[in-house]
Design a protein around this ligand. Structure first.
Ligand code: MN
Ligand code: MN
Length: 472
């Protein structure tokens, strides 16, 4: 049952395609460090391939037919692409779904303060992180500021090489005798994730100091200087933090990893390493598919798929209802049938075997870097708690599709039984009664600021997702 390393079977043509996909994936990572940015990038890629906005089609009262390509944008944070097939929608869809939110730190609503001549932004982490990994690395700010007048300003600071970056400090080793005895969970605690954003007091304005001639000590002059800069660059008042969504993410680009350039080191592989090949696969469908194909990119997976843009919200179901209506055949029963009769790959990352931490894995049932796309029959923790558990019959069909299409794949669990666990969006889509299985790419250092994937697994994921959409 041991799977060969996928690189061994590649032809020069494979290597060329793999390199092309990897380069485009790295560009996607660099341009998409937040869910909002990933949605924008996806819309640009989709429109270039002839996709149109479903909302505009509905508004114009246009009809949809086989071969049409549409996208549905959910609040700029989640998106669905549909390529309408020849068969009626109620015979089901072939769906691939990934998530585009990644672990990070979010700037709080009342964030800016000064302490002993240093200005900070207070943050609240998002998703599961080892907090000690997020100190002393260059960090960038990505997000939006929504102003009361209705304008929404995009913020990106720390990515251009001439930009400044931010960071969180750590205690110097010389004074860390006590800190070094703490468990890793408490070495850096949540409230210590304070981002350094300034260290220079504001210059006094001409004629600013009036009155008795005695100079008052400047209160919060460093903070005042930060606010002045924000005002100049973004017309941003301190109160505007209340309606801002600013995410703190590692600054800089994804890089090829290893002397052989076989891997990629970057922020947010979980889950953009599945989101990107999903998008690339559906956009590479040249002909009208038999079955309607759908690619879902969801938000909020890392915090339980909650909220209006998380997979538990109803945007997917609503979009399918709109498709039926625009195809001139909406009824509630057809909608139910379309959802229930569908098949889905829930595309999310899996834990890659790490020889440095071999004790956490069970070697027969773990994903190995470079051995192809990874299927998880189930995820969850403990006794499979919280998992979707894919049906054997569905898995058998998938094996056939993967073998027929020469896809390198492996079956895995997250790690040893009772070591921990995790979930995906699979169980939520399974609520409709559709067949769902988890399928993704193995990652090292998952949820760290910089994660590792192997390019062969990215390449096999794209092949798998395309084969699934054409043949499931
Ligand atoms: Mn994930
Ligand atoms: Mn995750």
């Amino acid at each position: 049952m041991e799977r060969p390393n996928a690189w061994k079977n590649y032809t020069p043509e494979d290597i060329e395609k793999l390199n092309d996909l990897s380069a485009r994936y790295r560009a996607f990572l660099d341009g998409g460090k937040t869910e909002r940015e990933c949605v924008k990038e996806t819309i640009a890629l989709a429109e270039a391939k002839g996709y149109r906005d479903l909302a505009a089609i509905v508004k114009a009262g246009e009809k949809l037919k086989a071969g049409d390509k549409v996208y549905s944008n959910c609040m700029g944070k989640a998106i669905m692409l549909f390529h309408i097939g020849k068969k009626p929608l109620e015979t089901g869809m072939n769906i691939i779904g990934a998530h585009i939110d990644s672990p990070r730190m979010d700037v709080k609503q009342n964030p800016l303060y000064e302490d002993t001549d240093i200005a900070y932004l207070d943050t609240h982490y998002y998703g599961g992180i080892k907090k000690y990994q997020w100190v002393t690395i260059p960090l960038a700010l990505h997000g939006v500021v929504a102003k009361k007048d209705g304008t929404v300003i995009d913020v990106v600071i720390g990515e251009d090489e001439n930009d400044p970056v931010m960071c969180v400090s750590d205690l110097l080793i010389h004074l860390s005798r006590e800190q070094m005895t703490k468990p890793a969970a408490t070495v850096i605690e949540g409230e210590m994730l304070n981002l350094i954003v300034g260290g220079r007091p504001i210059e006094e304005e001409e004629g600013g100091e009036e009155g008795d001639g005695e100079k008052k000590p400047d209160k919060d002059a460093v903070k005042a200087n930060v606010l002045k800069l924000l005002k100049e660059k973004y017309d941003f008042e301190e109160e505007d933090f209340l309606s801002a969504e600013i995410e703190v993410v590692p600054a800089g680009k994804a890089r090829d990893l290893g002397l052989d350039r076989s891997m990629i080191l970057g922020y947010g592989h979980d889950d953009r390493v599945c989101a990107f090949p999903s998008v690339d696969a559906i956009l590479s469908l040249e002909e009208t598919p038999e079955t309607t194909c759908c690619c879902i990119l969801a938000d909020k997976e890392e915090i339980g798929s909650v909220g209006a843009t998380g997979m538990r919200a109803h945007y997917f179901e609503n979009a399918v209802a709109e498709l039926l209506a625009a195809s001139g055949s909406y009824c509630e029963l057809k909608l139910r049938r379309a959802l229930t009769a569908s098949r889905m790959l829930s595309c999310d990352v899996s834990a890659g075997f790490d020889p440095n931490f071999a004790a956490a894995f069970e070697k027969k049932n773990v994903a190995y870097l470079g051995r192809g796309v990874c299927y998880n029959k189930f995820t969850g923790s403990g006794g499979k708690s919280g998992s979707n558990d894919a049906n054997a019959e569905f898995i058998a069909r998938l094996r056939g599709i993967m073998d027929d299409n020469n896809v390198a794949y492996q079956f895995a669990e997250l790690g040893k039984v009772d070591q921990g666990g995790g979930g995906t969006i699979a169980y939520i889509c399974a609520l409709y009664g559709m067949e769902v299985i988890d399928s993704g790419v193995a990652v090292l250092s998952m949820h760290a600021p910089m994660e590792v994937i192997n390019k062969a697994d990215l390449y096999e994921a794209k092949k798998a997702y395309l084969a699934f959409m054409k043949n499931a």
